[in-house]
Design a protein around this ligand. Structure first.
Ligand code: ATP
Ligand code: MG
Length: 352
């Protein structure tokens, strides 16, 4: 029996609604499968926790999390209670950084029954591997002078280690998919970091002769992402390029409420963290209408991460069955509740 010990942090707002729904689903999968068991331990770390304790998580929070196989997180932040910079840096960003979750992995795929802004979204099934620890979002730089002479300088940082790590991750992932990696570059305009990025991409690709490789400038790539998505399987991108591409991806998916994500610690030294793209959505909190699919699909990514790809694929099939049958929450134009969608997925899981 394979046992997975998962720390669950529902967090704020609708996180407290969609995380329990997804845990029900994971437990249902484990029951159907037989050979798998989850042990969930819930941590109430959130903005409310902050108001009571003056911190988002206890001093030994990270130490406690490090004992788990994975972290399943809902959403953190409620600017009405705690300023975002405190809540995000006190929990989410702290975990991402301290646990060296250097890859942000985001599928961009249109599933059945969902209205996408793309006219023909059938072929839209792409994995974006975003380098998540450095690049354009470095803290190296500064500003000088004042007034009309004022200059701000922002240095992008690309280390061989982090660049190579992202690329290897992309090739390994593509080996399990359609064996095609596209590197998002801009070496015709950015003259130091991007030629370096290209060089590392070429070097790493030599270790994967069976995988088709291609480099495309981010501007052209972004256009093809929308007009000819079938050109792509896995895209590896820097922090900034990946950030923008994955948001376009979520928009094409039809609602931010269905987009999943994972923050991966590549060497397995620390747990990886699975959290959907959406935030705590305080505007719909407590109404029972939050779309649980982003969180449930995130649970699928967690299954994949732990080598349960077959179960992960089954779960996505069940999600599609339910959306295809018209069980849609209001963000997708339907009138189903969080519970309707969740129980329909569980029913479907039990049938297969
Ligand atoms: P962040 O918390 O990342 O700063 P944000 O506060 O800008 O993000 P969200 O909390 O994701 O954004 O909400 C943006 C909009 O999308 C809101 O109107 C919210 O109601 C809606 N939304 C987000 N997630 C869901 C969901 N799972 N189901 C339905 N609507 C959602
Ligand atoms: Mg928010």
């Amino acid at each position: 029996m394979k046992k997975l010990k998962i720390a669950s942090i529902p967090g704020d707002g609708i996180g407290k609604e969609v995380v329990p729904a997804s845990i029900d689903i994971l437990n249902a999968i484990a029951e159907v499968h037989g050979g798998l068991k989850f042990e969930f331990v819930e941590f109430p770390w959130s903005c409310e926790y902050y108001l009571e304790h003056g911190m988002m998580m206890p001093e030994d929070g990270l130490k406690r999390l490090s004992d788990f196989d994975g972290i399943f997180l809902g959403a953190v932040g409620n600017p009405k209670l705690v300023p975002d910079h405190i809540s995000l840096w006190g929990l989410l960003i702290k975990i991402r950084r301290e646990f060296e979750q250097s890859i942000n992995l985001r599928p961009a795929k249109v599933i059945k029954g969902i209205q996408s802004p793309l006219i023909n979204p059938k072929d839209f099934d792409i994995m974006v591997v975003r380098e998540n620890s450095e690049g354009e979002y470095s803290t190296v730089g500064g500003s000088i002078y004042q007034g009309e002479d004022e200059i701000a300088i922002q240095n992008a940082v690309f280390s061989r280690k982090a660049t190579e790590r992202a690329m290897r991750f992309a090739f390994d992932l593509s080996a399990k998919r359609n064996k095609h990696v596209t590197s998002a570059t801009k070496s015709n305009g950015i003259v130091y970091s991007m030629p370096f990025w290209d060089k590392v991409f070429m070097e790493v690709s030599k270790d994967y002769p069976e995988i088709k490789k291609e480099a495309q400038h981010i501007d052209a790539l972004a256009a093809f992402f929308v007009t000819q998505p079938s050109r792509f399987d896995v895209i590896v991108a820097s922090n900034l390029f990946g950030d923008i591409l994955t948001d376009i991806g979520a928009a094409i998916m039809g609602s931010i409420g269905i987009a999943p994500a994972a923050n991966i610690n590549v060497n397995g030294k620390y747990p990886s963290m699975f959290e959907p793209v959406h935030g705590s959505a305080p505007d719909i909190e407590g109404k029972g209408i939050a779309n649980p699919i982003g969180q449930i699909w995130t649970a699928k990514m967690m299954l994949d991460h732990f080598g349960e790809e077959e179960l992960g694929a089954k779960l996505l099939d069940c999600i599609e069955h339910v959306t295809g049958a018209g069980y849609l929450t209001p963000d997708l134009g339907g009138s189903s509740t969080t519970t309707d969608v969740t129980t329909s997925i569980i029913e479907q899981l039990k049938k297969i």
